[in-house]
Design a protein around this ligand. Structure first.
Ligand code: GUN
Length: 282
């Protein structure tokens, strides 16, 4: 059984990026800049944002944080995004989701300049993904693909089952898998017989946010399982899969924590440097 170690893989990515950024600065360029906007007081979002800021500092990306009260008017948030679009020292804009109730999320995402959209959530970038054209890709799905690549696990010609079809993870991941020539099945809350679909997967990707939902009887012997869930329980953080039960059955699996989570943040750093290079024309 192969443990897909996202922590180790992400560390290697950060080390490589740090060198690359140092080289740009030696050539006289400014440091890459990421603006992070966090609205409200969702505790999980505060932890994610802190981790993102820390990772930026580690590789030499300047992160500028905007922590806004949940009573902030929509207009004010929109004006902040517009000013960051025009800010020459900012390469990437990250609006942490979910926004508190009452905000119009899509209107904000639509406003982010596609060239600074390091989350890959703007309709232009989603469209480019659907068309398999170059563009900024959503961090978690792209991080998953690079983790598989690191372990030489190719999905080409394989049956890939994605459980969950959110705009942040399931949908863009399904498109990346399709672009990589997998045969893709996307399952969601209305799927008639989930087990019948999942058991066929050579690769199974789970992003539903339900602790230990996927049991060993649902998984084909020798499958590769990627657990994208992060669930805080009284026994600590667990994924969407029953990890212990699955280890004896699978070819490879991601741990939670230490699997997909660190890859998401590494991809954000990669996307910020991509946006920086576009911004500076280097
Ligand atoms: N909330 C949960 N995941 C993400 C993500 O990847 N990006 C942003 N901006 N918000 C999130």
């Amino acid at each position: 059984m192969i443990l897909l170690d996202g922590k180790k893989t992400a560390l290697a990515i950060r080390q490589k990026l740090k060198k690359e950024i140092t080289q740009y600065q030696h050539k006289g360029h400014r440091a890459p800049g990421l603006a992070v906007i966090l609205v409200g007081d969702d505790p999980a979002s505060h932890i994610y944002v802190r981790n993102k800021e820390q990772a930026c500092a580690e590789v030499g990306i300047v992160s500028r944080s905007y922590r806004l009260d949940s009573s902030t008017p929509q207009d004010e948030l929109e004006n902040l995004i517009k000013s960051l679009n025009d800010d020459p020292e900012i390469d990437g804009i990250l609006l942490q989701l979910p926004l508190p109730a009452g905000f119009h999320t899509q209107r904000c995402l639509d406003l982010i300049s596609p060239s600074k959209d390091v989350d890959g959530f703007h309709p232009d970038n989603v469209g480019r993904l659907a068309l398999n054209l170059p563009g900024l890709r959503s961090c978690t799905p792209a991080g998953v693909m690079s983790l598989l690549k690191q372990y030489n696990l190719s999905v080409r010609g394989k049956k890939a089952v994605v459980i969950g079809c959110s705009n942040i993870v399931g949908k863009p991941l399904s498109l990346l898998l399709l672009n990589a020539e997998a045969t893709v099945t996307v399952c969601h809350a209305a799927t008639y017989d989930l087990k019948a679909e999942v058991i066929q997967g050579d690769f199974v990707f789970v992003a539903i946010g339900q602790p230990k939902f996927i049991s060993a009887d649902m998984i084909k012997e020798g499958a590769v399982v990627v657990d994208i869930g992060i669930n805080r329980t009284e026994n600590g953080i667990v994924g969407d899969c029953d990890f212990e039960a699955l280890t004896s059955k699978v070819k490879a699996i991601t741990p939670v924590p230490g699997g997909v989570g660190p890859m998401t943040i590494a991809q954000l750093l990669l996307n910020t440097v991509s946006a920086y290079k576009i911004q500076l024309g280097i």
